[in-house]
Design a binder for this molecule. Sequence first.
Ligand code: ADP
Length: 366
Amino acid sequence: KKRIAVMTSGGDSPGMNGSVRAVVRMAIDQGCEAYCVYEGYEGLVQGGDLIRQAQWEDVRGWLSEGGTLIGTARCKAFTERPGRLKAAKNMIDKGINALVICGGDGSLTGADKFRGEWPSLLEELVKNGDISTEQQKTFQYLNIVGLVGSIDNDFADTDATIGCYSSLGRICEAVDYIDATAFSHQRAFVIEVMGRHCGWLALMAGVSTGADFIFIPESPPDRDWEDQMCDIISKHRNLGKRKTIVIVAEGAHDLDLTRISPNKVKDLLSTRLKLDTRITTLGHVQRGGNACAYDRQLSTLQGVEAVNAVLEATPETPSKFIAIIENKIVRNPLIEAVKSTQEVAEAIKAKDFKRALDLRGPEFAE
Ligand code: ADP
């Protein structure tokens, strides 16, 4: 009987619980045993009670819940071989030979590395007398499948990550609240949103709320951005608009490339345009709360497909992750996608913004 474990790792996102529920239930439905690894890779390294079998009813009601109910962590031990050796031993002790990981590019890179190293880890465990040669034979291959859980929608080769639409919805809701008060006092608001290196949340929030101006890391403003922004906002005000909304992606100033900061934008709007301007940093409300309908659906369909991928994998198949492309759930090669994802971050760092925009895809081009 196959034993499939599921874990969540890296930053949490709404919809992660839906994917755990789907993996657990699909595994059971397919005649396998399901396990949950608690606290991300920390649980895999520590083992014991942090790796537990899950039954059908254990994940009841998880579809709508935000965050991740099995916990997540950043785990230093797993980035080093001794940590991964312990993780391999713990998995074999529990009889687990397949792992579905819902996380970001870091977590999925770690998973692929673990899989590549697996035969040599087993070799070492046999040498140390931790497992028998029989166990080595039974657990010869590690099967891993990735699910991309992230609010940032920063992963290549998939149109959406689990959580990004819940977060976008939360941002739009917050901007609507701010809109009402901004309108009343004819104020301007500079709103900082999350996204790490990726401007997707800021871009889509800008489109969805009709913001006056946005700043994203993939397309930093020209040298004369101050004039450009002020011209556009003055024009909007002259047309009778009573409020001003500027959205700044955290990555647009964290990277320190664009010399943009919410404070700088605020000062400009106050001094040059004489607008009563406030800054609102949305922060962790963007991560919290229930998963939206789209994320419930995406996490369910992808969780089911992850189990299918586990059951159909051969030792030769390269590691896969489950994507959604033009509304179809598909399996894509993991390492290529991780590389493309890292390439965007590198392009931004190298100030090759044309390449960054090309790599991000069509919605950024427009
Ligand atoms: P995310 O998955 O959201 O990108 P991180 O980059 O923090 O988040 O990764 C989560 C965890 O995955 C790390 O704390 C570490 O345990 C593991 N991990 C990340 N990168 C690697 C790597 N290159 N090798 C092994 N493990 C890694």
